[in-house]
Design a protein around this ligand. Sequence first.
Ligand SMILES: Nc1ncnc2c1ncn2[C@@H]1O[C@H](COP(=O)(O)OP(=O)(O)OP(=O)(O)O)[C@@H](O)[C@H]1O
Ligand SMILES: [Mg+2]
Length: 271
Amino acid sequence: MLRPFDMFKDKNRNTKVISIANQKGGVGKTTSTINLGVALAERGKEVLLIDFDPQSNMSIGLGVDIDSVGNRSIYHGLFDNSVSLPKVSHKTKIPGLKVAPATLDLTAAEIQLFAKDNREKTLDGLLKPHKSAYDYILIDCPPSLGLLTLNALAASDGVIVPLQCAYWAMRGMSQLMDTIDRVRESGMNPNLELTGILLTMYNNRTHHSKQVSERAREAFGDKVFKTVIKETVRFDYATVACESILTHAKTSEAAEAYRAVAKEVDDVQAK
Ligand SMILES: Nc1ncnc2c1ncn2[C@@H]1O[C@H](COP(=O)(O)OP(=O)(O)OP(=O)(O)O)[C@@H](O)[C@H]1O
Ligand SMILES: [Mg+2]
């Protein structure tokens, strides 16, 4: 079936590469990458999701059998010159959505990158020759500010920061913002922008959720997405089913919320 955007494929496409990053663990990075990716694909976009976390949660969450990936993994893309981006990009069940999976090999990447010339630009080098095949490339970062996350930021046009609406959530934000500034100012990637801060796991019955939301909007103004992702066990059910919330619970409030975030992201890019 010809998808609406197929006719424009590869022609002057303004590809946007966006890292989903926060060094704090369990804040919704992987959940947001998967669901935003599926929502953008639903909007007719060509999307590649890059799993940049050795935990492989995103790859598994999208139904990739990581034991049979062989050298078609993001690790091999980074370190084996004969492995290109198309080779590591696997189809998913969702039309328009591909995934470059992570395997346990990626655990060694931080150390191997350290020894490389131009080490922060390794991912950028893998993406550049082929990125025009996509409208969006989203990178699911690991919970650290190490060389993998730096590579992701150095290859990105924008960063989305999921912020869990819980006590201590704002701790570490200044460190993350300093890192983004450093990537920009060191010349590693002068054009890196903060696409937005996404409030996740919001529970309107808790004081902490309201407090985090208010403080984030005070500190970051309209950089905070209007859409808020509420806390719901549906995400865990979708994870168990190795599906996105958009396919597992199509009409749920959570699915609609990620569709609304995708629209906000698309609107930002259209400006
Ligand atoms: N809005 C939500 N409401 C409730 N649970 C959620 C929500 N978003 C994500 N979760 C659950 O929280 C857990 C952590 O989410 P996720 O794996 O996306 O975080 P992460 O930031 O990628 O974690 P890590 O830092 O380990 O990579 C998962 O079990 C997920 O299903
Ligand atoms: Mg994760």
